[in-house]
Design a protein around this ligand. Structure first.
Ligand code: FEO
Ligand code: CA
Ligand code: CA
Length: 730
């Protein structure tokens, strides 16, 4: 992607008239009150972070006598294209958990030549490590908010690099898969891992191969459909004629966690896995079905061609990826015409119970779920999850529980999930030009979501949840530049969300708006044009009165990604330099200390650098100014006035890590003491051509070294002096 530079000094008059100054006071008050109530209540992740790390630079003047400030504690890592993981001097990284690593006793080591038995992957690491969370484990094996030497690392395996999984890559004849075992292996390799990790006395981390906690959830795992869309006619399949279940989970991208110690693996680009040949199938479907398929992108042969396996298939392992109407039944109980409706959800997994059945939480809506990020945990108030729909021109959502948080539910596992995640309100965001915004509820009968809606006649709330995108269209949501990860500031509650990028083919110059205000040409060093917003930005908002369940908010744009070599202040709006320029921010995540980590999934700036991770100490919503960006597209121009956050400098935004070739950096977790972080390196060597692969040349040999096939992997990063990673109070 790209980077930019410009300077936006703070203008006092803009700050003075910005209503967020009132909100700042209430945020401070809220932070103080919530800390006290959490301490009284004796539970809450926020409370643990205050107490566990000692890193609170916050507003509780009663207990902090000498104010200290949080400062980044490392020297910026330069951009680069080497096939290594580069971290700052004074830091170390090591490889923890790679594609194919065994997670049960007796499973042999990964051969890394494509010959491992397909079914063995039910007990091996999956591919394309992505979103991740660390759950501390107490001495008695329960969830601990303070355990920093022993934990469960739970992570997604979003997708696959098929070339590296089989001896000579996938076998495809006449656009069909002819080796069922290859497909079976690929179905196991997707999903979620639960692994026990331990820190030895010498500080070294390893995963415990024979831990009873270890588990893989994959695309064959029996899964319960839960919430308002479960057991409805939309969910009927041959696998589950009553619509109560489906098989497994797919394309789990980013993630979430709950206050009751469970994990959310979020199904993103599920649509591409299904086979639906429109020339044959369209004539057999209702107009509503066709509208739903079109809006969700369900058409084609299926990206991995899984449904093309011929021959005996008594359990429908392959047929279930065919979402065409093939049977004679009226309700779909004899085929998989409805199966795509059973994907595109958030799936809840209890990592502390390896025999529990995962549950898909339909109340949280169905779309290309990037992840689900929990807001502040406050006893007696609703819980809130923020969610992005990762596609260009899609929307930002939040889910608010109807039940108020009761700390007594913290040990109830999936039963607590039933209480909070099956019953709530789903909202979509409208970003107004003046820096305010609204959350519009997606409820059948309200906000244009009715049977009279001209684009799609909604029938009931299950229909609304399954067709969340269509409901959000009707509700007048704001189209965004690819909403991906969200992150909630641990003390002030501000919500950050990446808008990874957009292109001129989806969003034109004319359709720039205040929340998506840039249009430019980011020329590669080869001269190739990249028009639109190829480098992306990060937006953030503060909920009214510090109440994350509020239906109004104020927002600004925290950061515009750009190349440092670009000096046009309409492109490098944030004034990025060689120490912190980036493109396509995707993963963002807050340490308990208040460090915002930014990870990139980039294709635009890769002429200059591999993907990276940066650390940042942000201010807050409203700390910047109003700015007019002058956009050009050839001879055409359009100026857009927007709210921009305070300028970041190298002092508070620095590059921390650069990954190996062709990788994406995604997924991060930390121990409660802040002294260890885990980071996922996804798909190194992904751009290797089939011809090069067959000749033994891979773009990357990370992490195994010369000659080896590359592997997605989790790495561990610590400071050599044993201190906190990223930033320290000084
Ligand atoms: Fe799976 Fe949106 O990245
Ligand atoms: Ca992502
Ligand atoms: Ca991505």
């Amino acid at each position: 992607m790209t980077h930019a530079r410009t300077d936006t000094p703070i203008e006092i008059e803009d700050i003075g008239t910005n209503s967020s100054s009132n909100e700042e006071f209430s945020h401070v008050l809220q932070a103080r009150m919530s800390r006290r109530s959490l301490l009284k209540g004796g539970f809450g992740l926020a409370a643990s972070s205050f107490m566990g790390t000692g890193l609170l630079a916050c507003a509780d003047v009663d207990t902090i006598e000498t104010p200290k400030t949080l400062q980044l504690n490392f020297t910026a890592v330069p951009k680069g294209t080497a096939d290594v993981v580069a971290v700052p001097s004074g830091y170390s990284s090591s490889v923890l958990y790679r594609l194919g690593d065994p997670i049960a006793a007796g499973v042999p080591a990964y051969r890394n030549d494509g010959t491992d038995a397909a079914a063995s992957y039910a007990q091996r690491a999956g591919d394309h490590h992505d979103g991740m969370h660390y759950f501390g484990v107490s001495a008695t094996g329960t969830y601990s908010l303070t355990a920093s030497d022993r934990g469960l690392l739970v992570m997604n395996h979003e997708a696959i690099s098929p070339l590296f999984l089989h001896p000579t890559g996938p076998t495809i004849v006449n656009n069909a898969r002819t080796v069922p075992d290859e497909v079976l292996k690929e179905m196991y390799v997707h999903g979620i891992s639960v692994i026990e990790v331990n820190r030895a006395a010498n500080g070294a981390w390893s995963y415990k191969q024979d831990s009873a906690f270890n588990r893989r959830v994959h695309t064959l795992t029996d899964t319960i459909l839960s919430g308002p869309a479960a057991r409805t006619l939309y969910m009927i399949t041959k696998y589950s004629p009553d619509g109560s279940r489906t098989r497994g989970t797919i394309n789990n991208c980013a993630n979430g966690y709950t206050p009751w110690g469970t994990y959310l693996g979020c199904e993103e680009n599920y649509a591409g896995y299904f086979r639906r040949v429109t020339a044959t199938d369209n004539a057999n479907r209702t107009p509503k079905e066709l509208t739903s398929f079109a809006r969700n992108g369900i058409a084609g042969n299926g990206r991995e061609l899984w449904a093309t396996v011929a021959g005996s298939d008594p359990d429908g392992l392959y047929a279930r990826w065919n979402t065409m109407k093939l049977g004679a039944s009226a309700d779909g109980s004899d085929d998989y015409r409805n199966v795509a409706n059973t994907y595109g959800w958030n799936v809840e997994v209890d990592p502390f119970n390896a025999t529990s059945t995962p549950k898909k939480r339909t109340a949280m809506g169905r779309f290309a779920h990037e992840g689900a990020w929990l807001g502040p945990i406050r006893a007696g108030q609703p819980l809130v999850f923020y969610m992005g729909d990762d596609s260009r021109g899609e929307y930002v959502y939040k889910y608010v529980t109807n039940a108020n948080w009761d700390p007594a539910d913290a040990t109830r596992g999936l039963a607590a999930g039933d209480k909070y995640l099956d019953d709530g309100k789903l909202y979509v965001a409208r970003f107004n030009a003046d820096g305010t915004g609204q959350w519009v509820e997606l409820r059948f009968g309200q906000n244009g979501i009715t049977a009279a809606n001209p684009a799609y006649a909604f029938a009931d709330q299950a229909d609304v949840l399954i067709n969340t995108r269509l409901a959000a269209d009707a509700a007048g949501a704001t189209k965004m530049d690819r909403p991906e990860w969200g992150a909630v500031h641990p003390t002030n509650g501000d919500v950050y969300m990446t808008m990874t990028n957009n292109s001129s083919t989806v969003r034109t110059l004319a359709s720039t708006d205040a929340a998506n205000p840039r249009f430019y040409n980011d020329k590669r060093t080869t001269g190739q044009d990249q028009r639109g917003n190829p480098n992306g930005h990060i937006i953030r908002w503060a909920e009214t009165a510090g109440n994350n369940a509020a239906t109004t908010f104020s927002w600004d744009i925290f950061l515009f990604a750009a190349r440092a070599s670009v000096t046009d202040p309409n492109i490098n709006v944030s004034g990025l330099t060689a120490a912190n320029d980036m493109s396509s921010p995707d993963g963002i995540w807050f340490s308990r200390s208040g460090v915002l980590w930014i990870q990139t999934d980039d294709g635009a700036y890769t002429d200059v650098t591999n993907c990276m991770m940066l650390a940042c100490i942000p201010g807050r919503v409203g700390d910047g100014t109003t700015k007019t960006i002058v956009n050009t597209d050839g001879a055409a121009t359009k100026s857009v006035t927007t709210k921009v956050g305070a300028q970041m400098t190298e002092a508070n935004l620095r590059r921390f890590l650069v990954g190996p070739k062709d990788c994406e950096i995604t997924g991060i977790a930390e121990t409660p003491d802040g002294k260890t972080i885990f980071v996922n390196i996804q798909h190194p060597g992904e751009d290797t051509s089939s011809a090069n692969f067959l000749a033994g040349n891979h773009n990357s040999n990370w992490p195994g070294g010369a000659g080896s096939r590359p592997r997605s992997a989790t790495i561990v990063i610590t400071r050599n002096d044993g201190g906190e990673v990223g930033a320290s109070l000084v």
